[in-house]
Design a protein around this ligand. Structure first.
Ligand code: DGL
Length: 283
């Protein structure tokens, strides 16, 4: 029987990208129980307005709160950029986003003080990375680049090859010209393009993945939530809002392992200005 101190880590993303974060967490915490929600019916978030992304994020968080989660991981940069502060202020559990951990990791890595940020249109437009980096180090130079073609490439299973190289060059040439020595992959889909991105940037440039940068914060938050790994039910539950078969198939590529059997769920939809009722999960 699950003890009340066994807490599930809940993660959400607009679809598949957050699985790169889940992969790291499953690896670091093999006995931990996870609940993953991919809101693929409303994918992508990266082209939506901040108001819409906040509303979707609240609905995802509300769904996870009903599953005895002790920590919520916003495994989507776009949702972290738009909704982290709102979720932190409304939820009764710790909420970990992608931005601050990745900004800290980038500042620890850079020698030149020039950091590149790649993200969706919404993430780059929010300037959330620039603000986080400059808050920690006002003298850092930040070069941000929206990469709207990266997500469709990844979703199409194109992780390498001539077309991918051309798109990478299109987006990363300005960062190279600016002489950045550290680049943040500010979107949870982008780690699938890690090899060609690294090849283009060369060994002298450090690449920061949010999933790795977030680990420590998630583990700390779990301890704060008085959670402990559970050896009785060390499983992951997968939930999606659409296209189960397609998700299960592509999830194997993101996770590096198969065996994903997602359940299709309906989220409690709030009015555009309202918020769903967020309550502490029962234990
Ligand atoms: N996974 C999202 C992110 O990290 C990108 C996909 C989307 O646009 O929804 O920003």
């Amino acid at each position: 029987m699950a003890s009340s101190s066994v807490k599930t880590i809940g993660l959400f993303d607009s679809g598949l990208g957050g699985l790169t974060v889940l992969r790291e967490l499953q690896h670091a915490l093999p006995e931990q129980r996870f609940a993953y929600l991919g809101d693929n019916a409303r994918f992508p978030y990266g082209t939506k307005s901040p108001e819409t992304i906040v509303r979707y994020s609240r609905e995802c968080a509300e769904f996870l709160m009903q599953r005895d989660v002790g920590v919520i991981v916003v495994a989507c940069n776009t949702a972290s950029a738009a909704a982290l502060a709102v979720l932190e202020s409304e939820l009764p559990v710790p909420v970990i986003g992608t931005v601050e951990p990745a900004a800290r990791a980038a500042l620890a890595a850079t020698r030149s003080g020039k950091v590149g940020v790649l993200g969706t249109n919404a993430t780059v437009a929010s300037a959330v990375y620039e603000n986080a980096l400059k808050k920690l180090n006002p003298s850092v130079k930040v070069v941000s680049q929206a990469c709207p073609l990266f997500v469709p490439l990844v979703e199409a299973g194109m992780f390498d090859g001539e077309i991918v190289d051309k798109v990478i060059e299109l987006y990363l040439a300005p960062l190279k010209a600016e002489g950045v020595d550290t680049v943040i992959l500010g979107c949870t889909h982008y780690p699938l393009l890690l090899s060609p991105i690294k090849r283009y940037l060369g060994d002298a440039v450090q690449v920061v993945e949010c999933s790795k940068a977030m680990l420590e914060d998630v583990i700390k938050a779990l301890a704060q939530a008085n959670g402990r790994p559970s050896s009785d039910v060390p499983s992951t539950s997968y939930f999606v809002t659409d296209a189960v078969g397609q998700f299960n198939q592509l999830a194997a590529l993101f996770l590096g392992h198969g065996g994903v059997h997602a359940s299709k769920v309906e989220l409690a939809i709030s009015s555009p200005s309202g918020k769903p009722h967020l309550r502490a999960a029962s234990s």
